[in-house]
Ligand binder design. Structure first.
Ligand code: F6R
Length: 605
């Protein structure tokens, strides 16, 4: 959702802002704007539309200044129009905002702002409250404003009479900041900072940061100076470029063997799953009576695979809860429930709020997060970082499979902690897990074959995906992938459930993708496939390459998957589903990396 950038230094802030806003486009947005504070005062350029439209506006107006803030907006309060785009200005204050101010109506009334605001946004109200409290001391105005506003916010603020300075404060919504060669920079994302430096820090909540050229200072809300905790970007910076691929999504799919290796191998010590670096004590894995996985979208689908693994191997009950629904179902979590929060960005607000609630109930917690220092990582007791590197395409691919990889490792450590396995069982499982990168690479070698298969659903209006057990779990993800990047309506169904209603939708025009990778479910899955074929459906089947099919002529298309133990077959099968979605989107000529209406980081409830 909204992206934030701020720069002060010797360079022309306009170009830095515009380039950074392009890097933030992946978050999803509908308007963009910048404000520059220079010798000519504050100039604001903003527009509904793409960053390129803003670039054209700036070409025309040529604003100048060495200090600036910039924003990509994903509309929440107020429609998509130039007035509602950020930055917003009131009196001497210019600001950009990510988040939602819940009490903006009360504030409008209290500070008599009716008729004085030019936009319909909650953000402009904050600018007005800041102006109300500002009498030359930015820290005091910010502190007093923060005490009045309720909601989530990442604010970057410029004061007309504080040249060269950008102030920032946040609650929930993230801000990272860094020093550049002769200036300072802040952003909602590390990706926008990486072109300048690999050293950065995550702003703690309710602290005020002031950036000026060559200086960064941070204070808590009582005005005491606070220590900055520096972090280092630990992924290769080339990961944030397309590296010759037409879209990030393809590049990220292709990176999977490598990033899965980077996620699992450092956590295997002499063939044993090892979380000593994360300091996760075995008792937390051994003592819990049940597990509750909290996540959204793709991350929740990873949780569903985790549920199958843990229930089968450990034999304890696992709930996988959509974080956005968690609070509305009177959640039953306690000190005996291990909560696992899964999130690529680490900033999904629903997941964060659910995790905080569970912790208040006394649940021990582990988060599986891709972005270092993210809010969910900080809010949980223990964190396991996936090593997917930056995921720029909105549709999650490598983050999903690295989350699965962590869940495989965690399950093995849990089995060990509970003394459920013999040495031999552990060793066989770990050997198979360490083969995953090599097996995934084999699937990727068949990319062109998968491209041809994707052609069979290119013109479909609706697609059904059917399977049972683990196959069903990954089809939920495969179906989400297809929907979001190709805009084809697609549903994943547990194949045994079809005849309870949905089979009525199957006609001769309906492509069906079926996945059959689990020996124990094979005969039932094949019968279900026969049922849809009898209604004329054209079936694309994904099945192990060593599986004999008596009458494979009846399948429109068959893709043969390299063989692993059944528990691990989701890994090669997932890649095929990702590539199918990718190629359908590509061949439809869509903007694969930035599907309409979607945001990469979902920071509003
Ligand atoms: C779909 C996708 C989303 C995210 C979901 C949670 O491709 O990426 O469904 O998985 O928005 O986001 P994170 O993992 O950042 O919490």
């Amino acid at each position: 959702m909204c992206g934030i950038i701020g720069y002060t230094g010797r360079d022309n802030a306009k170009d830095i802002m515009l380039d950074a806003l392009e890097l933030l486009e992946y978050r999803g947005y509908d308007s963009a704007g910048i404000a520059l504070l220079g010798e000519d005062g504050t100039q604001i350029m903003k527009r509904a539309g793409r960053v390129n439209d803003l670039r054209n506006l700036c070409e025309e107006k040529k604003p100048v200044g060495n200090c600036g803030i910039g924003h990509t907006r994903w509309a929440t309060h107020g429609g998509v129009c130039d007035e509602n785009a950020h930055p917003h200005r009131f009196g001497k204050i210019t600001l950009i905002h990510n988040g939602i101010i819940e009490n903006y109506r009360e504030l409008t009334e209290k500070y008599e702002l009716e008729g004085k605001l030019v936009s319909e946004t909650d953000s402009e109200v904050v600018a007005a409250v800041l102006e109300h409290f500002y009498s030359g001391d930015p820290y005091s105005a910010i502190r007093r404003t923060v005490l009045k506003i309720k909601g989530t916010f990442a604010l970057a603020i410029m004061f007309d009479d504080q040249p060269g300075k950008i102030f920032a404060v946040r609650n929930v919504s993230p801000i990272v900041a860094a020093a550049t060669k002769d200036g300072a920079i802040l952003s909602s994302d590390v990706a926008a900072i990486v072109p300048f430096t690999t050293d950065y820090f995550v702003m703690p909540e309710f602290h005020v940061v002031c950036l000026s050229p060559g200086n960064i200072e941070m204070f808590d809300l009582s005005g005491d100076k606070a220590e900055i905790e520096w972090l280092k970007v630990d992924w290769d910076v080339s990961r944030s470029s397309k590296g010759g691929y037409p879209f990030f999504m393809e590049k990220e799919i292709m990176e999977q063997p490598q990033v899965i290796g980077e996620t699992i191998y450092p956590r295997m010590k002499e063939g044993i799953p090892d979380f000593s670096k994360e300091e996760i004590p075995d008792h937390i894995l051994a003592d819990c009576k049940r597990i509750c996985v909290i996540a959204c979208g793709t991350a929740m689908h990873a949780g569903l695979v985790g549920k199958s693994l843990i229930q089968a191997i450990i034999g304890i009950h696992v709930d996988v809860v959509m974080a956005s629904e968690f609070m509305y179902n009177d959640p039953v979590v306690d000190k005996n429930t291990l909560v696992i929060a899964i999130s690529q960005s680490g900033e999904t607000i629903d997941t964060l709020e659910a995790l905080k609630f569970a912790r208040k109930c006394g649940s021990p917690s582990i988060s599986i997060v891709n972005v270092k220092g993210a809010s969910i990582a900080r809010a949980s007791e223990y964190v396991i970082y996936t090593s997917a590197g930056p995921e720029i395409a909105v549709a999650s691919t490598k983050a999903y499979t690295t989350q699965l990889a962590v869940l495989y490792l965690l399950t093995a450590r849990m089995a060990m902690a509970r003394k459920l396995w013999s040495k031999q069982e552990l060793s066989e499982y770990m050997k198979e897990l360490s083969r995953v990168p090599e097996v995934m690479a084999k699937v990727l070698e068949k990319k062109e074959e998968i491209h041809r298969l994707a052609g069979s659903i290119l013109n479909a209006k609706d697609v059904f995906m059917i399977g049972r057990g683990l196959d069903y779990s990954i089809l939920l993800e495969g179906s989400l992938k297809l929907k979001e990047v190709s805009y084809i309506h697609s549903e994943a169904y547990a194949s045994g459930e079809l005849k309870h209603g949905t089979i009525a939708l199957i006609t001769e025009d309906t492509p069906v993708v079926a996945v059959v990778t689990q020996d124990k479910l094979k005969s039932k899955e094949l019968s279900n496939i026969r049922e849809v074929q009898s209604r004329g459906a054209r079936v694309l089947l994904l099945i192990k390459e060593n599986e004999k099919l008596e009458d494979d002529g009846r399948f429109a298309n068959v893709f043969r998957l390299p063989v692993m133990a059944d528990t691990f077959m989701v890994m090669p099968a997932s890649i095929v589903l990702q590539l199918i979605a990718y190629f359908v989107s590509l061949d439809k000529g869509l903007d694969v990396d930035k599907p309409r209406n979607l945001a990469k980081v979902v920071t509003v409830e």
